[in-house]
Design a protein. Structure first.
Lengths: 114, 115
């Protein structure tokens, strides 16, 4: 079975300060991990993905995430928050083979304080 | 990059009527597409996996006869909400990917309101 836990339902940071959105996963097999962003009433946009290559993954808009197998974590970070980063963020896990079913975390709402 | 187009973006219908939502992969072929439902301020819940040329696979608790899925071609999957009721009002999103190693691309979603 696979699952994903987003430890914070809501994170607030000041503009220009670092962002950390936490994600822990559970998977019986080698996982693929993704971070998606969703703006209000919009679909989801892929920020970055990990599929068993480099453990430090760089994504769009300055975001990056590090896959840590020993900690079963895939936290999302950004050095300096921008107002446009305010949105809902989802951590997602799937298997690397076989069933492609995605399992979503419950989401983290990121608020940027001017 | 891979693009998934979903239509309509917003629909209002009367109770008892049916609504069809289309999901198209514009620049790749998708043998598998996924349909999700999202309630306000909640995460996405997988409803069903749409398989080209065969029956869809539904998640536990999802009514097959209410949420009809058809995947007649490699670029099109449709979700029909039959005999809609107000409790079916939700945000429906489809997704697909070109293949292993790619990220999943999501449609822009359909806001369904049943009155």
């Amino acid at each position: 079975a696979q699952s994903v836990t987003q430890l914070d339902s809501h994170v607030s940071v000041s503009e220009g300060t670092p962002v950390l959105l936490r994600c822990n996963y559970s998977s019986s097999y080698s996982p693929s991990l993704f971070w998606y962003v969703q703006h209000p009433n919009k679909g989801l946009q892929l920020l970055l993905k990990y599929t068993s290559a480099a453990t430090l993954v760089k994504g769009i808009n300055g975001f990056e995430a590090e896959f840590k197998k020993s900690e079963t974590s895939f936290h999302l970070t950004k050095p300096s928050a921008h107002m446009s980063d305010a949105a809902e963020y989802f951590c997602v896990v799937s298997f690397n083979f076989g069933n492609e079913k995605l399992t979503f975390g419950t989401g983290t709402r990121l608020t940027i304080i001017p | 990059g891979a693009v998934v187009s979903q239509h309509p973006s917003r629909v209002i219908c009367k109770s008892g009527t049916s609504v069809k939502i289309e999901c198209r992969s514009l620049d790749f072929q998708a043998t598998t597409m996924f349909w999700y439902r999202q309630f306000p301020k909640q995460s996405l819940m997988l409803m069903a996996t749409s398989n080209e040329g065969s029956k869809a696979t539904y998640e536990q608790g999802v009514e097959k006869d209410k949420f009809l899925i058809n995947h007649a071609s490699l670029t099109l999957s449709t979700l029909t909400v039959t005999s809609a009721h107000p409790e079916d009002s939700s945000f429906y999103i489809c997704s697909a990917r070109p293949g292993q190693g790619y990220g999943y691309t999501f449609g822009s979603g359909t806001r369904l309101t049943v009155v």
